[in-house]
Design a protein around this ligand. Sequence first.
Ligand code: SF4
Ligand code: SF4
Ligand code: SF4
Length: 212
Amino acid sequence: MAGKLDEPQGRGEFFKSLGTLFAGFVAQRMEDMVLGSDPGLLRPPGALEEFEFLTACTRCDKCIRACPQDTLQRATGSARFAVGTPYLEPRLMPCYLCTELPCIPACPEGALVWPRRTIKGVEVEGPAAVRLGFAAVDPGLCLTWPSEEDPAEACRTCVDRCPYPGEAIRMVDDPEGGPAHPVVDEEVCTGCGLCEYGCPTAKPAIRVKAKR
Ligand code: SF4
Ligand code: SF4
Ligand code: SF4
């Protein structure tokens, strides 16, 4: 009995499958290569997952121009595959989570979509659902912990600047009786960076890390 590959139809299907496999392999390698050199930029609100975002964004600058706070910047040559894409650096200018998130509808390519996510089991949309990343406190820099040079001191600027104080970030008492410390709830935090922007230490003791 002749094998399947001897039949014209079977051979055609075989090469078609091989082509599909090869295309999938190339696409995966391409994605690995692009994400392997990911500089970890913080994307505008509503950005797709990084690889999809890089594919969809045409570097048209429309979201950058739509931002009333001049928060969004254009990535330079050092960003490699991400060059020309919009991003933000909270220490220079955070995202103010505008009620209407005007950067999102400004994108004609669907690279930014109206945010929706489940937080603590509740469906949330709009500014509270934004997820640029999440803030992380560095106890080695935060004033509320003692350092080799200085004693601990009271500070809660990050909590006071946060649009969701008590939810995204709150002060927690020190069990040894020192000043209270800020603690971030990563699930609620939007990554807006208002805390990083306001932190009074020379090098910010709280920083937003990209969601990926
Ligand atoms: S939400 Fe407002 S401040 Fe934040 S990036 Fe969009 S337009 Fe700018
Ligand atoms: S604002 Fe900065 S120094 Fe002050 S509590 Fe927050 S992380 Fe610490
Ligand atoms: S903890 Fe910081 S990054 Fe997170 S929502 Fe509050 S201000 Fe924004």
